[in-house]
Design a protein around this ligand. Structure first.
Ligand SMILES: Cc1cc2nc3c(=O)[nH]c(=O)nc-3n(C[C@H](O)[C@H](O)[C@H](O)COP(=O)(O)OP(=O)(O)OC[C@H]3O[C@@H](n4cnc5c(N)ncnc54)[C@H](O)[C@@H]3O)c2cc1C
Length: 390
């Protein structure tokens, strides 16, 4: 395993760093440090303008193939971009669902017409996407989706409910898993539909979170429509497409988040020094553990990178989500213990950024596959243990 970046990679790093520094000192200075954990629903219009600026400067779709408007850069450079992005404290991304989930899914399963219609507007920051998988009765057990889609007069008509749909309110499009044949076995009767969000048949009801924000929502489909051609992977072929998208979510797109974690740990250490918590031997030990955990995540990410040359995630990649989610949840608890009495909430008080971090990190072990589900995946797919009861 070669742990060093090449001279070209380092040159690329300089270019990214310079651009981010300029942009975030000028027009977009107010966005520095915004839109992160627990703050995702803020400054939406300003962050959309930022996404457009990223697109215009060629920073979106770095690893996308050239024929789809990407730059076909190696994964190492995509990681470098994300590292520098976090180091610069650049704003939380709004376009990541389109760029890192739907884009790669369309390369693998989309028709040429779908690629031509949807990919350019992801790259230009003009259209935003949300992921319509979960329903009240289908989360970990995703194959239980009940949202129905029926073909009528050349259009899909959709009826049902999705829940926990991140960014639904600010997205132009949703990729939704819908049941298109209830008579087939459950994995086989599902289609992956691309649905426009701004239409009368869709009602979006934001769900307020413990942080006070509302970045996700319930989405109700009552005769919502989408064109017949907006099905990815064929009618009733949605399960394999959905699993493809999840592999992107659980794998490559989580590679470089450690730098933003490092920023959070730095803030905790600074506070511990300032308020004296750093004198407490147990706090010191937990800070050291957190620091070591960050290094382990980085080494594991580099190991994944070297093993992912063919674009396929290795067995080792399967521990990534479980590891970072658990680490980040623990970091939130450490933040509260360092805050001490200042962590106690009083009605009407604005949240301290570390309180917000703590509240937000409660969800890390749930979304994109809960810790229990990750353990099942590791047991069955990485270690080859027998399947547990379902
Ligand atoms: C912040 C956030 C953002 C999200 N964004 C989106 C989004 O954009 N789009 C979307 O579609 N969804 C989204 N989700 C939903 C998320 O994918 C689900 O919450 C997750 O898949 C778990 O499903 P569930 O909530 O229905 O819990 P359940 O599946 O009901 O699980 C409840 C508990 O049972 C455990 N459990 C379930 N099955 C098993 C099993 N077989 N073995 C062992 N334990 C098991 C789980 O681990 C969990 O602890 C988001 C969730 C969060 C928290």
């Amino acid at each position: 395993m070669d742990l060093n970046f090449s001279p070209e990679d380092e040159q690329f790093r300089e270019a990214v760093r310079g651009w981010l520094e300029d942009a975030l000192s000028g027009e977009f200075a107010a966005l520095r440090g915004r839109g992160g954990a627990g703050d995702q629903g803020e400054l939406i219009e300003e962050r959309k303008a930022w996404e457009k600026a990223l697109g215009a400067a060629g920073w979106l779709g770095l690893s996308w193939p050239k024929q789809y408007g990407g730059r076909a850069l190696p994964l190492t450079q995509e990681v470098i971009f994300n590292e520098e992005y976090a180091r610069a404290n650049a704003p939380g991304r709004l376009g990541h669902i389109g760029e890192t989930l739907l884009g790669p899914t369309l390369f693998a399963f989309g028709t040429e017409a779908q690629k031509a219609r949807f990919l350019p507007k992801i790259l230009s920051g003009e259209e935003y996407w949300c992921q319509g998988y979960s329903e009240p009765g289908a989360g970990s057990d995703l194959a239980n989706v009940q949202c129905r889609a029926v073909l009528k007069d050349g259009q899909w008509e959709i009826t049902g409910q999705k829940i926990w749909t991140s960014m639904a309110e600010w997205s132009e499009w949703c990729f939704a898993l819908c049941r298109t044949d209830p008579n087939l076995p459950r994995h086989k009767g599902i289609s992956y539909l691309l649905v426009p969000m701004n239409q009368p048949g869709i009602t979006i009801r934001p769900i307020e979170q413990i942080t006070g924000g509302a970045e996700f929502a319930e989405v109700f489909f009552e005769g919502a429509k989408t064109a017949e051609a907006n099905v990815v992977g064929g009618v009733n072929g949605g399960w394999k497409v959905a699993m493809g998208t999840l592999a992107f979510e659980r794998g490559a797109s989580t590679l470089a988040q450690q730098l933003s974690f490092a920023n959070e740990l730095d803030a905790i250490i600074a506070l511990a020094k300032e308020n004296g918590a750093a004198q407490d031997p147990l706090i010191r030990q937990r800070i050291a553990d957190a620091w070591a955990g960050l290094r382990i995540m980085r080494l594991n990410a580099l190991r994944m990178l070297t093993q992912m040359e063919g674009g396929v995630l290795s067995r080792e990649a399967m521990i990534t989500k479980l590891y970072w989610a658990t680490w980040h949840r623990d970091l939130g608890e450490l933040a509260m213990d360092v805050l001490g009495d200042d962590g106690i909430l009083q009605a009407g008080d604005a949240l301290h950024p570390l309180q917000r971090l703590f509240l937000w990190t409660r969800c890390d072990t749930i979304y994109a596959g809960s810790n229990q589900i990750q353990r099942n995946i590791i047991a069955e797919r990485a270690l080859g243990l027998p399947r547990g009861p379902r």
